[in-house]
Write a protein of this length. Structure first.
Length: 267
């Protein structure tokens, strides 16, 4: 309890004062003397010195022998937490309705904590009469990729054609994690001969043990995420997408979580 109290105290100290927060962000770039901090932050000297003393007293900042201020190990950790928190809030407020109106249970807490990685993501939404705009764009992006990893509890129209017809190259790799029902539908729609050949060359199929409550695709070019509504229905009309490497890496982490939650199949 004492250790957690110290952490929360340091976070409050970092966040609740504009001067202290500005100092920490500035020193996160490297050590600086008092004069440089005064010039950069344009803060009156007494207020700046008071903020520095508070940070020093809580072991977030220290002054070295040549009178330059720098972050301690604890200070660097606190700054990272503040930056992470700010990034998370940016993502949640940018697409507030998307996050608040959907079931987020399919995203484990330790991965959701890094949701700030999606800060550059774009929300594609369909409205009447084109409610499938988001899903169609999803499929278009899928066709232009060479490495595809998909988690899905819903059948995506023409997915077997994309897999068997579009991906006919030694450079292409596909890994599908599907629920049992969707997997059987996929196999039923695909030609068994072509499917067996594909599995020998570039296709991996795994069956999910439980409904993941999301559709996720991670490729070499982009990521896309679609979710269930809070009423339990899948939302075909909203897809969050990004081509940012950080967002792709976040999605790969989520995909790897579901690899663990799935089993290889043989047929």
């Amino acid at each position: 309890m004492g250790e957690n109290a110290d952490v929360y105290k340091n976070l409050r100290l970092s966040i609740c004062s504009e001067h202290r927060r500005a100092l920490l962000f500035s020193l996160n770039e490297g050590k600086k003397p008092l004069a440089a901090l005064q010039k950069e932050l344009n803060v009156p000297s007494p207020a700046l010195i008071h903020a520095l003393r508070e940070l020093e007293g809580n072991h977030l900042v220290r002054q070295d022998r040549v009178r330059q201020y720098g972050l301690t190990t604890i200070g660097r950790s606190a700054v990272r937490k503040v930056i992470d928190f700010r990034r998370v809030m940016e993502v949640l407020t940018k697409h507030e309705a998307f996050w608040s109106e959907h079931d987020l249970s399919g995203i484990p807490d330790h991965i959701f904590d890094q949701i700030g990685s999606l800060r550059d993501a774009t929300l594609i939404t369909g409205t009447p009469p084109d409610i499938f705009k988001a899903m169609r764009r999803f499929v278009e992006l899928l066709q232009d990729s060479t490495i595809v990893r998909l988690v899905s509890p819903v059948y995506i129209p023409n997915i077997e054609a994309i897999v068997l017809d579009k991906f006919v190259s030694a450079e292409l790799r596909i890994e599908l994690l599907l629920t049992d029902e969707v997997l059987h539908h996929f196999i039923g729609e695909a030609e068994n001969v072509s499917l067996k050949e594909a599995r020998e060359i570039y296709l991996k199929l795994r069956v999910l043990r439980e409904d993941p409550k999301l559709v996720l695709v991670v490729t070499d070019r982009f990521m896309a995420l679609a979710l269930y509504r809070t009423d339990g229905t899948f939302d075909h009309s909203s897809t969050l997408t990004s081509e940012d490497p950080e967002a792709i890496a976040w999605s790969r982490q989520l995909f790897d979580h579901y690899v663990i939650e799935s089993d290889d199949i043989t047929f």
